[in-house]
Design a protein around this ligand. Structure first.
Ligand code: GLA
Length: 389
């Protein structure tokens, strides 16, 4: 699929050539998993897979939106004031939520818009296709109505759509990475303060290989909320003895000293992951800045082990991929990325080994799981915005 086909679709569906083009990426998370809603650090990056949006105003006083990925749902239409969640509008609710909250914030969205979306993020792969469409909608509205929206506010609006409009209790990492991404950079983000910095990722001799389990993250939302609840409970108990607002504020030593107060094996494991993973993220960035790729990779491995054994969000598919990856030549590190329970893993692989890596891990996965995994080489790209071609 190339942009030409998207343009042709716009012309075919809306019968005009008057549109502008926008793009919002997907994301991978290099390290710092399930730390965002615990007030910790994350280290994600925007990728060059994402959501394209071709958009132009109409004079019909309604939005007409079409996704080439859900063509059987046809063009979905709703009026400028019809901005309530509507189950039948399926994927278009992400679009609607963005329009609604931006209007509520006082931005002047005063005419209808026609939009064709096309996404090349594998659906359900845990690379944030939903945050991608939220931010794609955000930059479309910003561009088409010449709005001056602070980028962090747009990111927060995307999160609000996810939390309040769609009802998924996610943290801010995905929207932040997608809204703020920068070519060839990871973003270290402190999710408590929203302070961030870019760290160049120049991996001359390495590829970041994305490995898709092709298992949809079905359980993800309910288990995700369960983990959040467990961390909140562990925090409540810890707050009896330590003065903290989030697990992200604890050092490993402080955690070890006070963990007895949690008094529950499962809750202690969950909190331990949140605390150690947060510290690991800072250490990983430090190693990366010093050019110690091997040490960075080792921290990725430890992140996966913690997500597998303490946080228990990996599952057999992600473990099969990551454990097969660890055995391959030229691999410096591998871990699951995103919420878990399916979706994708990532591995840092020496370029000269990448081809064999994909073949070997692919075979092993198929033998263990019974169906194929998919592999893509990640390129780290810019955040959401208008594009020329
Ligand atoms: C999902 C959520 C993020 C984050 C990750 C886990 O991607 O949307 O906010 O919590 O899971 O790190």
């Amino acid at each position: 699929m190339d942009l030409r086909e998207c343009k042709n679709e716009f012309i075919r569906i809306f019968g005009k050539e008057d549109f502008r083009m926008f793009f919002a990426p997907g994301r991978i998370n290099l390290i710092g998993e399930h730390t965002d809603y615990n007030g910790g650090n994350v280290f994600p990056a925007a990728i060059t897979f994402g959501t394209y949006g071709l958009a132009g105003k109409n004079d019909l006083n309604k939005f007409r939106v079409y996704s080439m990925n859900f063509s059987s749902l046809g063009v979905i239409e709703f009026g400028l004031e019809e901005l309530d969640y509507n189950k039948q509008h399926d994927w278009a609710n992400y679009v609607k939520g963005m329009i609604r909250y931006l209007k509520e914030a006082g931005y002047e969205i005063n005419s209808g818009v026609d939009i064709v979306f096309y996404g090349n993020i594998p659906n359900g792969a845990g690379l944030s296709s939903s945050a991608s469409i939220e931010l794609a909608t955000g930059v479309i509205l910003e561009g088409i109505f010449s709005l001056d929206i602070d980028r962090i506010d747009l990111v927060k609006t995307g999160k609000r759509v996810e939390n309040e409009f769609i009802g998924v209790n996610s943290g801010i990492m995905d929207q932040f990475a997608i809204g703020m991404g920068k070519k060839e950079c990871g973003i270290l983000l402190d999710c408590e303060t929203l302070k961030y910095s870019y760290a160049p990722i120049k991996l001359e001799n390495y590829d970041i290989v994305i490995m898709n389990t092709n298992k949809r993250r079905e359980l993800a939302d309910s288990k995700y909320n369960e983990r959040r609840g467990e961390c909140e409970e562990a925090l409540r108990r810890l707050q009896k003895v330590v003065d903290i607002n989030s697990l992200g504020q604890l050092s490993e030593e402080e955690f070890e000293k006070n963990r007895y107060i949690i008094d529950d094996e499962i809750l202690t494991k969950r909190a331990k992951h949140a605390v150690y993973e947060n510290q690991r993220t800072l250490k990983a960035l430090d190693e990366l800045n010093k050019g110690n790729i091997l040490a960075f990779g080792e921290l990725m491995n430890r992140s996966h082990i913690s997500l597998r054994d303490d946080y228990e969000v990996t599952g057999k598919e992600l473990d099969a991929l990551v454990e097969a990856a660890w055995e391959q030549e030229g691999v410096v590190g591998a871990r699951m990325t995103g919420a878990g329970f399916g979706g994708c893993s990532i591995a840092m692989v020496e370029k000269k080994n990448t081809e064999d890596f994909i073949k070997n891990v692919g075979n092993k996965y198929k033998n263990i799981i019974g169906y194929e995994a998919d592999f893509y080489i990640a390129s780290i790209g810019d955040g959401a915005g208008e594009i020329e071609e």
